[in-house]
Structures are given as C-alpha cells and as structure tokens.
Design a protein around this ligand. Structure first.
Ligand SMILES: [Zn+2]
Length: 202
C-alpha cells in the first residue's frame, strides 16, 4: 500500500492563492510540520495539505488575538501545566483550556477555508472531523470531568461521542466570535510581528 502524501507544495501554494491576503511580506510556506522559524508548514505527519497550512495560520491568528508574545520566531509557545509524578514530569491539565484553544483555532480555520473560492468547503464534515480529532489532546478526559454529564455505566462509545459533541458545539459557538474580515485585518499585524522577531543575519 502506498502512503497518501497529499499535494506537492507548489499545488498548495496555488490553492492558497484563493486567500491572496495571506501573502504578506515575509509569508513563507514550508514542507515541514507546524510553524517553525517564521515559516508555516503544510504537513501533518507525512501528509501535505492546504488544511494543515491553514491550521497553522489559524493558530497564529488565535495566538495573536490572545497575546502576541505567544508567537515566537522558532515556534508557538504552548504551555500545559506539568507536575513531577514519581520520576518524571507529566502533563496534568486540570482544565480544558488547551482543547478550547484548539477549537477556537478550528473556528478560525473554517472561516479562512470557506473564504477560499478554490475550495469546496463542507462545514459539517469539517466540524465532525475536528471534533473527533480532539481525543489526541491531553485534556480530552477533562471534558467529562467539567462539561458533560455521564450516566453510571455509560458505554465508552457514548462517553466519547458526548465529548465530540461538546467540541463541535464549542466550535459552532466560536464561529460567531470570528469573522473573515477580522481575520484578514489581523493577518498583516501577525506577519509584521513575525518580521520583527526574525533574527538579523549579517
Ligand atoms: Zn492545532
């Protein structure tokens, strides 16, 4: 079986032109994963996609609106509380803040994607997929502790689908908080912030 490696970077750049406002001075798309050294990666694991690129762009917008200092040149500054357990530091989130940040990022990503006329965007599919991905987050289980009710002996699948449902509702709610106009207006500020962080080489 061959791995689906997604699109070549040149094709992703072409698709990204459907949101021309992204191409501010200094905006660079890289083949790597995530945001690194001032460049926006378009790869998740071995798969390259416009979705992965837009996800990183959405993170930058979300961080900037929250606190620009969370955007470093080399990476974003994520913080999950750690605690010394037995012989190592473990991530012990007691809230759902990390998930909520991720869900706000998905809401921004949805706004960006639906604004791209080169893309056929299916919001319902996007919501379902994004909600289901959240089991990867360290604070996934806290949704059950803090936000949803479970009956005693409730089957695992039902617990899971309630958590997914909570995530989807949350993204819908966040969609009301972000407009494409606001994102387009924020973007030059994000890029100008990144340009000021760039180390000067002589
Ligand atoms: Zn993310």
């Amino acid at each position: 079986m061959e791995l689906d490696r997604g699109l070549p970077v040149v094709d992703i750049v072409e698709l990204a032109k459907g949101t021309p406002w992204l191409f501010e001075e200094g905006f660079e798309i890289s083949e790597s994963e995530g945001y690194r050294d001032g460049k926006f990666g378009c790869r998740t694991a071995f798969h390259r996609s416009l979705d992965s690129l837009y996800h990183e762009v959405a993170h930058a917008v979300e961080f900037y609106l929250d606190d620009p200092s969370k955007i470093g040149f080399h990476s974003f500054e994520f913080h999950v509380p750690t605690e010394f357990v037995f012989d190592r530091y473990c991530q012990v989130p007691k809230t759902t803040k990390a998930i909520e940040r991720e869900l706000r990022t998905f809401a921004i990503q949805a706004r960006i994607t639906e604004a791209n006329s080169k893309i056929d965007f299916d919001l319902e599919h996007f919501l379902q997929y994004s909600g289901e991905l959240m089991f990867l987050m360290p604070d996934w289980i806290n949704i059950s502790v803090l936000h949803v009710q479970h009956a005693e002996g409730e089957p695992h699948e039902e617990r899971e689908s309630k958590r997914v449902g909570w995530c989807i509702d949350k993204i819908r709610q966040y969609l009301n908080d972000y407009s494409i106009e606001q994102i387009v207006e924020t973007w030059p500020k994000v890029m100008s912030h990144i340009r000021t962080l760039k180390p000067v080489d002589d």
